[in-house]
Write a protein that binds this ligand. Sequence first.
Ligand code: CA
Length: 514
Amino acid sequence: MKRREFVRSAGLASLAIPLARCGLAVRRSLRRPNILFIMADDHASQAVGCYGGRLNRTPGIDRIAREGVRFDNCFCTNGICAPSRAVILTGKYSHLNGVRDNAVAFDGSQTTFPKLFQAAGYETALLGKWHLKSDPTGFDYWNILPGQGDYYNPDLIEMGAKKRVAGYVTDILTDIAVDFLEAPRTESKPFLLMLQHKAPHRNWQPAARHMAMYDTTEFPEPPTLFDDYATRSRAAFEQEMTISEHMTLDSDLKLGPPPERLDEAQRAAWEKAFGPKREAFKKANFSGQALVRWKYRRYLQDYLGCIAAVDESVGRVLDVLDRTGLAENTLVVYTSDQGFFLGEHGWFDKRFMYEEALRMPLVMRFPGRIEPGATNGDMVSNLDFGPTFLDVAGQGKPAPMQGRSFLPLLLGRRVAGWPESVYYHYYEFPAVHMAKRHYGIRTKRYKLIHFYHDIDAWELYDLEKDPRELRNVHADPAYAAVRLGLEAELSRLQAFYRDSDALSRIFIDVDKKK
Ligand code: CA
């Protein structure tokens, strides 16, 4: 489609709802779009082909970008599993939706975007990782993993009833999604389907067919694999997420016994894939940097093996949309609840406000509305997802939602005054991985972070000059004016989102009693 034709059709499409309300619309305009929201768990942008990833290929996900838009500056607002999910559902920051860390149960009586879709007559469904402890609300159908769930032969809780399902988790969830998409439906009952994969969450157990997929691959090493944290605060030294010390050989890197849930065939595949690695490891007797390098390589083999199944899943559901004729009227979204460290700074896991964990991959396709092959560099966040999906479906945003719809950006429009900063706040400390509490802002060029609780330390990075965040310039006089500007913007955003240091102190006391 030529650019002018595209703009014309996109303009008409966005008029569909007001026209429908005036009773003037043609039949096409009355069709409300379906939403297919696919989210992985801990899938870093560095491991997505269309983000220029040098580690792996992801043809399924890349197809969404090729036929739609890739967002290059999407950030999470609290980088761990349950909090990110609660932000997405409510469009509210963690301090307002209540899920500040993975230990809290979500209050399902809150307004969520799926509830609003359900109330508007959509068929709403949720599959896979939920992780919010309370039962899902706002879904006509849900079939979820308990907690983190298992990779092999997982238990699933279908509308409250738990049962064990044979197979590999990513494939099982995809099968259920395919059944849902292929079920007969009428245009008067569009759907919202949230397909939320467990993969590639720790401890990275691939499907049998992908266990040896990367056996001969030499992965490029991140330049910061042996970061000495020279200019950072204590927070970087006192975390517990290093590949060298905190990644376990037995469980994470599969030198120990296989998981108990494996059936005979899976056990044989496991032994065939990981047995030789175990023997080679014993013989090699690695230590020091050689051991870190071996662990890094083994980590990526399994992490990327898990992603291979997720990518196949995306390809399968896109094919079903084509086959059923649903593709034309369905917004397809692929994202991850946050990013992940793949050896950068010597780490795995997420939590920190540094780039690799803060960034979310986000690609979207909507034929006839989103220009194929588009990219967008505006700053958006998971806070904006709900308001955007509601807007796509012609519904308004309820007052409590703090995010803003980026539908105009999807349609390729430039929006004057679009926000140029994103606010972040992480709370889960002391806890696993020991990433200290911190908040901060990310602007297009800079990042300002304040670590607090058992520390009071600031970091400032100039991402243009120092994209790997190796030089904290907070105390550098040359950045004094920049720092003042960022501090003012941070204060403005805290007030705007109704967060404050006083509230942070209250939460420290509340969390002590948990
Ligand atoms: Ca996660």
